[in-house]
Design a protein around this ligand. Structure first.
Ligand code: CTP
Ligand code: MG
Length: 180
């Protein structure tokens, strides 16, 4: 039962988890805000770039397509009916993750936090909230079937743990400037 919830939560959220990491690996270049400021601070900052956002979105879409190829054997092996991603969900989960992260940077700048500053809670859940909201809008039927209350609880508990772990690894490997 718990195994089923965790397996479903991780499988369904993988296309939302990978974009952040792809953005760190492939990001850089022109910032989305084009250097514009709001008040005396940057709108988003140099940490949100077009290339990173596109790479993150693309990586999430590719992963969803790959997972769809693997869903039958994986479900058989685990004895669990893992979710398949309809196109709308394959597009919405990673785009929502990127938009959530961008929204968090907007909030960070408005609250006086410089690029790279920590924002506990927001850093760990911004992309989850963005991904879930956009998936709910884009594929409401699929969302309701996949994200049952139990799965949602697992997502909200497990994501911060996974996020802290992967970012810690990325920091240790020198890929990221801060461990959050
Ligand atoms: N990145 C990017 N485009 C995005 C998200 C991330 O290019 N949409 C890249 C940037 O190189 C960024 C790095 O991934 O510096 C780490 O991402 P993140 O921690 O989200 O950005 P920060 O630099 O910490 O900036 P912020 O304080 O705005 O979160
Ligand atoms: Mg950061």
């Amino acid at each position: 039962m718990v195994v089923e919830l965790v397996a479903t939560a991780v499988w369904a959220m993988l296309p939302a988890y990978v974009p952040n990491n792809a953005a760190v690996l492939f990001g850089g270049g022109r910032p989305i805000d084009g250097g514009r400021t709001m008040g005396d601070r940057r709108m988003l900052g140099d940490g949100k770039t077009w290339r990173g956002t596109a790479a993150g979105w693309g990586a999430g879409i590719v992963l969803a397509v790959v997972l769809n190829q693997l869903v039958e054997p994986a479900s058989d092996a685990l004895g669990i009916a893992l979710p398949e991603f309809p196109l709308a969900a394959a597009l919405a989960l990673p785009l929502g993750a990127m938009l959530g992260d961008i929204g968090a940077s907007f909030l960070k700048r408005r609250t006086g936090r410089e690029r790279g500053a920590m924002f506990p809670g927001v850093d760990q859940l911004d992309f989850v909230v963005g991904a879930l909201l956009l998936a709910l809008l884009a594929a409401p039927g699929w969302f309701g079937e996949t994200f049952t209350t139990g799965v949602l609880v697992v997502v909200l508990v497990l994501t911060p743990v996974l996020h802290v772990t992967t970012n810690g690894i990325a920091y240790a490997l020198g890929l990221k400037d801060e461990p959050w």
